[in-house]
Design a protein around this ligand. Structure first.
Ligand SMILES: [Zn+2]
Length: 315
């Protein structure tokens, strides 16, 4: 990874560049239970892998700072009651806020045309966090806050959120259930935590048709998840024509995960990434910000992230 932007270098071909958004502070986040699998070892494994990967052109390393208005943007997704509860429950409220800020940094890097896309290696994850409370390992819903930031700050109208985490992003679904400006697409195992994500849940009111849940069975392979993306996501995205794409990139859907029982391989994640990139190239000038969610087999998580990044940074 390089640490600074270098406008005079061969890296001027920015249209194909990827930012890696990470802060050492994310390692210090303490989940409520000390034996949680959502530990700092997850990010340490990713960093070790990325540092040895020698991507060329290199990733643009972005160290996120606390966004001066982060609370304003958090409040577009979460109630004041929720924010107060996080203050009381989480040992690391500041780090939860910094994780949300990191997504805004990734978005700014893309919107300011410094890169085409970004991957945010953050803890804690976010897609289970509700309007009124933390849930699972999640405190603030990072991607939902990112979607609202894109609409408020950058005046983009339509945001597509693609969620390939093994678990259903119930918090994200709730945030946009009646909202036609955000299309939420999730593949997940229905019987797993949090036991939500029925196909019949398609949104409500004006938001009907903008919530797409694809439950998949135990042992789901690359072919099966890719078919869901090709047959269900691609036509829905073509209808929707997003202005920006956010990925809830959970890698607990990878083969061998401690909390998941899908069999998606690293090559499968590369191809999923490629499908999302094709949608982004067609509709929104290739703009994607991908945000780490789950993934609890450290070695598997790191190699899946490497495959995801290797694809993201390709032309
Ligand atoms: Zn998960």
């Amino acid at each position: 990874m390089e640490t600074t932007d270098n406008p005079g270098s061969a890296d001027n071909k920015r249209e194909h560049r990827t930012a890696f958004v990470f802060s050492e502070k994310f390692l210090r986040h303490q989940p409520l239970a000390s034996d949680d699998v959502e530990s700092s070892s997850r990010l340490k494994a990713i960093i070790r892998k990325i540092e040895s990967a020698q991507f060329y052109p290199p990733l643009l390393s972005v160290e996120p700072e606390m966004h001066p208005e982060i609370c304003k943007y958090i409040e577009l997704v979460h109630s004041r009651e929720h924010i107060d509860r996080v203050e009381m429950q989480a040992h690391s409220t500041i780090i939860c806020r910094l994780a949300a800020s990191a997504i805004l940094s990734g978005i700014d890097a893309v919107m300011e045309n410094r890169v085409k896309n970004a991957f945010c290696a953050v803890r804690p994850p976010g897609h289970h966090a509700f309007d009124k409370g933390p849930f699972g390992f999640c405190y603030f819903n990072n991607v939902a806050i990112g979607a609202r930031y894109l609409q408020k700050k950058w005046k983009l109208k339509k945001i597509l959120i693609v969620d390939w985490d093994f678990h259903h992003g119930n918090g994200t679904e709730e945030a946009f259930y009646d909202d036609p400006s955000v299309l939420y697409f999730s593949t997940h195992k229905l019987e797993a935590f949090p036991r939500t994500g029925l196909r019949e849940r398609q949104g409500i009111g004006e938001g009907f048709g903008f919530n797409i849940n694809i439950p998949l069975p135990c042992g789901t392979t690359d072919r099966e998840i890719l078919d869901a993306y090709k047959e269900e996501l691609v036509p829905a995205a073509d209808n929707f024509r997003p202005d920006f794409i956010l990925i809830s990139a959970g890698f607990d859907s990878r083969k061998g995960d401690l909390l998941g029982d899908f069999d998606v391989t690293d090559a499968g994640f590369s191809r999923l990434t490629g499908i999302v990139m094709d949608i982004a190239a067609k509709h929104c000038s290739s703009r994607i910000v991908s945000v780490l969610e789950g993934g609890y087999n450290f070695k598997g998580l790191a190699s899946a992230v490497e495959a995801h990044l290797a694809t993201l940074r390709q032309p």
